[in-house]
Design a protein around this ligand. Structure first.
Ligand code: BG6
Length: 480
């Protein structure tokens, strides 16, 4: 059985920066299924050799010390190129012939990876269908779609409809690269391979949950895209809600793609719908100082580069436990963390003797870059009366395992080749996520509250976000 990955958008940034280096590393680790071929398609003219040469340079740069000339040469024998235009249906007939030629008649799996501008997704899907390339009589046919999946709920539903005209849902792999991160997969393990967390993972013991994805970088060269997208579309609809689903979901009966995704979807179904009135109290928006001077950004832009949302998961496990989701550009540091903040003990026996406010236990799951888990608890400061201090049990991936964590795309590409959709978003997840985010985007457009707060770069976003938490008797866990 052969495996062929067709990458549309072969000359694009994602292909050179992520996809090819990930495939190359899988090759070096001998993880790719036998007889895996890569066929790049884009409008640029390249011979097979010219594309291989250009990829060898970019892969040497992006794979760094993992690059080995000899390994690359043997991998590159399975790399091919076809000049083609997604808008031209005749090019898909040609693609079909090229695939037959490079596969030399062997039956097998074909994966079509759309790494193009999202404007072309529907056309690519229709043309694949018309050329018979989604037909599975000669082996599995899969399609991979990059984010953004739609611009809002309506366009996401339309794209799902377009896909389902040609592909069955089990042929569709919607990428959210956060799901490929080792530490995100480890959340399943932390929760469902250990029994000590489950009894306290609920409203009786948890005060609230914080999910923070902070970025130090500003929008850089992506001003054009970002100004029409903003933080909610760029980060919340996908990455933050994915992290929330895995944190809040029930254990699936088995680790199978559909059972996992059933449980994830139930979390979103339980999220209390956000009304325009709630948006005033339950959201904060900000924009970093200097954003309007970025290339491609409107000088009077109202686009938020920071947001904090308070969501309520109205089910038996999480009733009255707020989930605070926060993300922003140009913040203090790059960190993604999930904080499970436990309740205070019922009687504060030591607080009046303590020199500092003791606070409550918390479990901090560091998704990146200091991948690990810390459990914070109180200890007595020795030889100091009854003074308490917060300390922690600290697990670090780097200390525990000597090797570097693989890039998310390695795992995700391998899963597509092997037909495991567990770490990909299903159509209902994507639509439900938009249903949560859309009303906030709409309210921000139509009403002045909450104000768009301008924040200085290199901090934790607008001061209003700290105040907002304080007013609720809580505080952000701001540690880099
Ligand atoms: C992308 C967003 O999906 O995720 C970017 O479009 C963001 O704006 C990036 O920078 C963050 O990914 P990571 O893996 O660096 O946390």
């Amino acid at each position: 059985m052969s495996h062929t990955i067709v990458i549309f958008g072969a000359s694009g940034d994602l292909t050179t920066r992520k996809l090819i280096p990930a495939l190359y590393r899988l090759w070096v680790k001998r993880r790719l299924p036998a007889d895996t071929k890569v066929l790049g398609v884009s409008r640029t003219e390249f011979s097979h050799d010219a594309w291989r040469k250009s990829l060898s340079e970019s892969t040497a740069k992006f794979a760094g010390k993992d690059f080995d000339e000899q390994e690359w040469q043997s991998f590159a024998k399975s790399v091919f190129y076809m000049q083609g235009d997604i808008g031209k249906s005749e090019d898909f007939q040609r693609l079909s012939d090229v695939l037959d030629e490079i596969e030399q008649g062997s039956e097998g799996t074909r994966v079509f990876y759309l790494s193009t501008t999202p404007r072309l997704y529907a056309t690519a899907v229709a043309n694949l269908g018309a050329a018979g390339l989604a037909d599975e009589s000669n082996g599995p046919r899969r399609i991979v779609i990059e984010k953004p999946f739609g611009y809002d709920a309506a366009t996401a539903r339309q794209l799902n409809d377009d896909l389902h005209q040609v592909f069955a849902e089990n042929q569709v792999y919607r990428i959210d690269h956060y799901l490929g991160k080792e530490t995100v997969q480890n959340l399943f393990v932390l929760r469902f391979a250990n029994s000590i967390f489950e009894p306290i993972w609920n409203r009786q013991y948890v005060d609230h949950v914080q999910i923070t994805v902070a970025e130090e970088l500003a929008v850089g060269r992506r001003g054009d895209y970002y100004d029409t997208s903003g933080i909610l579309r760029d980060m919340f609809q996908n990455h933050l809600l994915q992290l929330m689903m895995i944190t809040a979901m029930e254990a699936p009966a088995r680790m199978s793609a559909d059972l996992i995704r059933d449980e994830k979807a139930k979390v979103l179904q339980s999220v209390r719908p956000i009304t325009a009135e709630m948006v005033k109290q339950d959201t904060i928006r900000g924009q970093y100082e200097g954003y309007r001077q970025e290339k491609g950004v409107a000088t009077d832009s109202q686009t938020a580069t920071f947001a904090a949302l308070k969501l309520h998961v109205d089910n038996w496990r999480w009733s009255n436990v707020p989930f605070y989701l926060r993300s922003g550009k140009a913040l203090s540091c790059r960190t993604t963390q999930i904080v499970i903040q436990f309740r205070e003990p019922p009687q504060p026996l030591f607080s009046d003797q303590s020199s500092q406010s003791p606070g409550a236990n918390r479990l901090v799951i560091q998704v990146q870059p200091a991948e690990g888990i810390q459990l914070h608890f109180h200890t007595k400061v020795p030889d100091a009366g009854m003074n308490l201090r917060m300390t922690d049990l600290d697990f670090s991936f780097q200390r525990e395992f000597s090797f570097a964590l693989p890039d998310a795309y390695q795992r995700l590409l391998l899963d597509v080749l092997n037909g495991d959709a567990s770490l990909f978003a299903r159509s209902d997840e994507v639509e439900l996520s938009w249903d949560i985010i859309d009303p906030v985007i709409e309210a921000w457009k139509n009403q002045t509250e909450p104000n768009l707060d301008i924040y200085p770069p290199a901090l934790w976003g607008p001061a209003e976000s700290m105040q907002w938490m304080e007013e609720q008797g809580r505080e952000w866990f701001d540690v880099c």
